[in-house]
Design a protein around this ligand. Structure first.
Ligand code: URA
Length: 195
């Protein structure tokens, strides 16, 4: 790993800035290509992520990997995956405002470093944590938002798709837009199995 990124990772792995550090097993720094064209942002670690120290490895993560694969994207090459908070909130409650604000600088540094053209916001916490607490995921999903010269696409969280399969079809439409934008901005020759 790049030295600058390694320093940031070490900082996160030793972080005690908020109370989540007291109940976590492992902080989840994030993973993927350090120079990915796409940065995916989730809410925070769940149980499986807390135990392994890796992002999106539970049921939501398996679904996310399936969606990414259908788009021709892999963690190794096309995306970096991070979260609004790096440590698991007890019982998977939503991260509190002060936990989010303590943790946000880490995410912002990660985004600066990876320098993605495209950001995918997975769910309401990512949308509200990164952009604007007043935005509603059901209203803005599927629409491009410009943020610091990057193209931001809010989508439903994979866990919402697991709870409500009716959300899968609109989410697929949203990811088609991401693939088109990826071809436009990153690689015109990008191929994917379904799009
Ligand atoms: N859900 C998230 O939002 N992030 C993870 O890393 C795993 C599940």
């Amino acid at each position: 790993m790049n030295a600058e990124f390694e320093v940031l990772k070490t900082e996160v792995l030793n972080c005690t800035k908020c109370q989540l550090s007291k109940t976590r097993t492992h902080p989840v720094f994030g993973e993927g290509n350090l120079h990915a064209g796409i940065f995916c942002i989730g809410e925070g670690p769940g149980r499986d992520e807390d135990l392994t120290g890796r992002p999106f490895v539970g049921r939501s993560g398996q679904l996310l990997d399936k969606i990414l694969a259908a788009c021709g994207f892999t963690r190794k090459e096309h995306v970096f995956i991070g979260n609004i908070v790096k440590c698991r909130p007890p019982n998977n409650r939503a991260p509190l405002p002060e936990e989010r604000s303590m943790c946000l600088p880490y995410l912002l540094q990660q985004v600066e470093f990876v320098n993605p053209k495209i950001i995918i916001l997975l769910g309401a916490t990512a949308l509200n944590g990164l952009l604007d607490p007043k935005l509603r995921i059901s209203q803005v999903r599927g629409t491009w938002i410009e943020w610091h010269n990057r193209w931001v696409m809010p989508v439903f969280h994979p866990s919402a798709l697991l709870r409500n399969p009716n959300l899968k079809r609109p989410t697929w439409e949203d990811f088609k837009k991401v693939v088109a934008k990826y071809r436009e901005l990153v690689n015109p020759d990008h191929t994917s199995p379904y799009i």
